[in-house]
Design a protein around this ligand. Structure first.
Ligand code: ADP
Length: 397
């Protein structure tokens, strides 16, 4: 069976067609500048030349039509007809507290995606456009929604509640939801395999460190706590997001600078984090390069990031009680040799040691902890698309 995975943004769309017999990617692509002049589709497939198509794509419906055309193209395509595709899995960011598992899309599911768009205004509406574009272009084909929030739905109430008046939880569904769930779930499955354990035996902390970063405390194979919250703004400092700060900073700045909620949200989501502190870049490679030439603010931004990762890692280990492993994933977790070292340094008292030689690795599964490390540390590349495809397959079967 072949499953198409779609990750739809407001003006871009990523896709992968996966053969589930061997979990191999048959073809993948990116559509950029949807609804903007200069729309472009780029598709790559093993053994084929990169296919680039420039055409007008005023909405996601046209974009999806071009994706289907590219996948079935005589010369550049990877399947003969759409009949070969058994189902379509969609990444959806926010499923709120209504959807704890991947689901086949129905009108009710679409209503829930819209309801929680309030908490993910940049993502949910775009995710829904992708689903509807597939429904239009391939009527009758099953569409499955896989939510970033789903894996975190097992958190107990005392973990997901915020200590604010209870009525706001009742009235507005304000609570911690968590994100990157598909990645953390994939990591929990891979880790079980690596450790040779059943999934229910996995007690670990998963660190997804990328442009957006989050940690997940996994207890007996399911999520116990995670660092992101109502929205992906909570937790670590990130590329452009502030993560946790004293909430009074927000009210104080709004008053002093006469900022609207939208302006304040923009500052916290897009102008903060390592970008805001360094004034230089949100990209960790740029910051490491600058820090090497003694750029003090780049150093400060990196030190602040590392401190926060340690803070959450230590906190989650304390929460878990029993922690067999730590996993590093995401662009920084998989490739950032220096960042991994900085995070894991001086943690012997928590039973963690690093083997610097083993740590000299990028983008593959490897244990990087020392022989004497009580807690094993692994690099495991994440694969959200494959997790979505697996979830889609198990639902449509
Ligand atoms: P996203 O959250 O957008 O999916 P990624 O998971 O791709 O992001 O992570 C992007 C981050 O990973 C960037 O900050 C980038 O600098 C960092 N990164 C990628 N390769 C390296 C590397 N070799 N060393 C350090 N950081 C890296």
């Amino acid at each position: 069976m072949k499953i198409l995975v779609i990750n739809c943004g407001s003006s871009s769309l990523k896709y992968q067609l996966i053969d589930m017999e061997n979990e191999k990617v048959l073809g993948k692509g990116l559509v950029e500048r949807i609804a903007i002049e200069g729309s472009k589709l780029t598709q790559t497939a093993e053994g084929k030349e990169t296919f680039v198509l420039e055409a007008e794509m005023p909405t996601h419906t046209e974009a999806i039509k071009f994706v289907f055309d590219a996948l079935t193209d005589k010369e550049h395509g990877v399947v003969e007809s759409l009949d070969e595709i058994s189902g379509i899995g969609h990444r959806v960011v926010h499923g709120g507290d209504k959807l704890a598992e991947p689901v086949i899309v129905t009108p009710e599911v679409k209503d829930i995606i819209l309801q929680f768009a309030e908490f993910a205004p940049l993502h949910n509406p775009a995710n829904l456009m992708g689903i509807e574009a597939c429904e239009e272009n391939a009527p009758g084909k099953p569409n499955v929604a896989v939510f970033d929030t789903a894996f975190h739905q097992t958190m107990p109430d005392y973990v997901y509640m915020y200590p604010i008046p209870y009525e706001y939880y009742k009235k507005y569904h304000i609570r911690k939801y968590g994100f990157h769930g598909t990645s953390h779930k994939y990591i929990s499955y891979q880790l079980a395999e690596v450790l040779g354990k059943d999934r229910e035996e996995v007690n670990a902390v998963s660190l997804h460190l990328g442009n957006g970063s989050s940690l997940c405390a996994i207890k007996d194979g399911i999520c116990y706590d995670t660092s992101m919250g109502l929205t992906p703004l909570e937790g670590l400092s990130m590329g452009t997001r502030s993560g946790n700060i004293d909430p009074s900073v927000v009210t104080y700045l709004m008053e002093k600078e006469n900022l609207t909620p939208a302006q304040m949200s923009d500052i916290l989501n897009k102008k903060s984090g390592v970008l805001g502190v360094s004034g230089l870049s949100s990209d960790f490679r740029d910051l490491e390069e600058a820090a090497n030439t003694e750029n003090e603010r780049a150093e400060l931004a990196l030190d602040m990031f590392v401190l926060r990762v340690k803070r959450f890692l230590g906190g989650f280990m304390a929460e878990l009680g029993k922690c067999d492993a730590i996993v590093m994933t995401g662009g920084i977790g998989e490739n950032g040799i220096t960042m991994r070292k900085a995070v894991l340094e001086n943690m012997e008292h928590l039973g963690i040691t690093l083997d610097e030689q083993r740590n000299d690795v990028r983008g593959k599964v490897q244990e990087i902890s020392g022989e004497d490390s009580k807690v094993k540390v692994f690099v495991i590349p994440t694969n959200e698309e494959l997790m979505i495809a697996r979830d889609t397959l198990s639902l449509i079967q």
